[in-house]
Design a protein around this ligand. Structure first.
Ligand SMILES: *Cc1c(COP(=O)(O)O)cnc(C)c1O
Length: 345
């Protein structure tokens, strides 16, 4: 078999959740949108639920059922996109809690599911989702009479501790929720790291659970091992891959490995990325193809059967930087072709 092996350390995810949880007294939730940041929502949410997480967040209603199946009936599952046309059956049948983003959504929700729980999302400056302050002022009394389960907002710049936007959004969130009895939530991973003032009643970490920045102390969660299909010796002056972009300066040993940009190994990372064999660096040579990559393995004493792209030294954020992107994009781009293996505890 030549599919690459993505190993997901569920124990490391739980360690990261507990570390974030230990940073303050508030409840720590878990964001498992986009199929658990590409790692498998059911496995990830199931593990977190058994470790004590009780509040989960997804992006869209369709992501709810897979999470409900594994977290039990007591846990809360919130939907960031709120209550959209077509969501009602999901919300009702799987007991999901829409985070209402506008007056229109509030009316729609109350019309269709009168006594079904909901939360409120406020826009404190990111201008992405949530009611604007004016909109909120207009419906605040009515909305509060309906007992929202949660009032939340999202920080735009929390990965930069010094950014003035953090303080400004925090101030506005306090102002908008002044005297509100409902539980409140403002912080994702970056917000948790800003300190307890940002935690309120419930935090919403995603990337930090999965070993990514800005949570520098996170334990690495994913490793990726890619089988070698073929190894060949090439002479000085021969080239490798599409477009002949790399030419061997001296005689070299080239391994062709079984993964490519269709698996989320972004083409742009090629020229400054290496794979590893027992700690020895083996650079990518030539262009990354859809399903194959050429690797210079001349430094290895013996021909490798597989090479490691992600491990405890080369982590998602290193690799993402090589492609000019962020760990979030890398994780959620991992293709469906990998064999996903889960390591427990
Ligand atoms: C994705 C998301 C989160 C989680 O963010 P991380 O940076 O991954 O911790 C929290 N809240 C909202 C509204 C989100 O969209």
């Amino acid at each position: 078999m030549s599919t690459a092996k993505l190993t997901i350390d569920l124990g490391a995810i739980l360690t990261n959740w507990r570390r974030l949880n230990s940073m303050g007294p508030s409840e720590t939730g878990a964001v498992v949108k986009a199929n658990g940041y590409g790692l498998g929502a059911e496995r990830v949410a199931g593990a977190l639920a058994s470790a004590g997480a009780r509040s989960f967040f997804v992006a869209v209603a369709e992501e709810g059922p897979a999470v409900r199946k594994v977290v039990g009936h007591e846990a809360q599952i919130y939907i960031f996109s709120g209550h959209m046309v077509g969501d009602t059956q999901y919300i009702q049948n799987h007991d999901l809690i829409p985070l209402i983003n506008s007056v229109d959504q509030l009316i729609y929700h109350v019309e269709l599911l009168q006594n079904h729980p909901f939360g409120i999302q406020l826009d404190t400056g990111m201008n992405r989702l949530g009611m604007e302050p004016k909109e909120w002022q207009a419906v605040r009394e009515l909305a509060l009479q309906l007992n929202p389960k949660l009032i939340m907002s999202h920080l735009a710049c929390a990965d930069d501790r010094e950014h003035a936007m953090n303080v400004e959004q925090h101030r506005l969130f306090l102002e908008l929720t002044n005297d509100v009895a409902a539980p409140k939530s403002l912080a994702a991973t970056g917000g948790i790291l800003l300190g307890k003032d940002y935690h309120f009643d419930l935090t919403r970490p995603g990337i930090g659970l999965f070993g990514g920045l800005p949570f520098e102390e996170a334990k690495p969660v994913v490793s990726l091992d890619i089988p070698v299909i073929q190894i060949r010796d090439i002479k000085a002056g021969e080239s490798v891959g599409y477009g002949n972009t790399w030419t061997a300066p001296t005689p070299r040993k080239i391994a062709t490995i079984s993964a490519g940009y269709a698996d989320g190994i972004i083409r742009a990372m090629g020229s400054n990325t290496s794979l590893y064999s027992a700690g020895i660096q083996c650079p990518v040579v030539g262009r990354i193809s859809m399903d194959l990559i050429g690797i210079d393995v001349s430094e290895l004493a013996a021909p490798p059967t597989s090479l490691s792209l992600l491990n405890s030294t080369q982590r998602i954020d290193h690799l993402a930087a090589n492609a000019g992107t962020i760990g979030y994009e890398l994780l959620t781009s991992f293709g469906g072709r990998y064999k996903r293996l889960y390591r427990e505890g």
